[in-house]
Design a protein around this ligand. Sequence first.
Ligand code: ZN
Length: 112
Amino acid sequence: MGSALHVRKNDKVIVLSGDDKDKEGRILKSYPRERRVIVEGVNYIQRHIRRSQQHPKGGIVEKEAPIDVSKLMLVCPHCNKPARTATTRLAGKDRGRVCKRCKQAIGSPDKK
Ligand SMILES: [Zn+2]
């Protein structure tokens, strides 16, 4: 089952607003229900780790936090620019995405 988000896992995206504006990265994980995704190298948060058996010293780790998909735009793999996409029906199958800039189909890397 595909998600209803305009971006999917493994898509390259660019951040449109916020602290990470203009950063590009690949989507590592998506949470369609929350309409959030984790983008490689984007939206780092510092997490304080309590002392535990696993982390005997405790401390701070940096980790990507989920970011709202409305702040992201897909980067077209064909023309390599931030692109709006149109949705088309491909041969009775699933809906596919087409770059509005170069008209090329953008695959669904989370399938197959
Ligand atoms: Zn394109």
